[in-house]
Design a protein around this ligand. Sequence first.
Ligand SMILES: [Zn+2]
Length: 148
Amino acid sequence: MRTETYLPPGLPIPVPESDGLSKPYWSGLQDNRLQVQRCGACGTWQFGPEWLCHRCHRFDPDWVEVAPRGRIYSWERVWHPVHPCLKGAGPYLVVLVELPQAGGVRMLGNLLGDPMQEVVIGAEVEGVFEHHPQAEPPYTLMQWRCVA
Ligand SMILES: [Zn+2]
């Protein structure tokens, strides 16, 4: 069965926190832009979002668009459902992707393709914007696939 999404429908919809901290990340994804934080004072990159810079403690780090390219820092093949809708959906692949062009920040996602594929630490991956325009509210996930 072919679906437009990597995992079956029914998972909780990711939304920004009520204080809006991660809103630039989520709204950027909807526009096919991957954004992470970078401090305007000291240049430190960071992800996930924080109200202040980890290094110099300046408030309101900038949001900067970065190329959705990275390398696999770690990964896991998930066999056991962690949500009722995932029963029968496994195995699937979760990757921790490092972005060398953004200070080495890391972010989680799924590795697209065969869930039984060989996964290599350090392998190059590129981001895929997985849009869910029919959801309420609409959202987009950052997924990953190996670069051939
Ligand atoms: Zn700083």
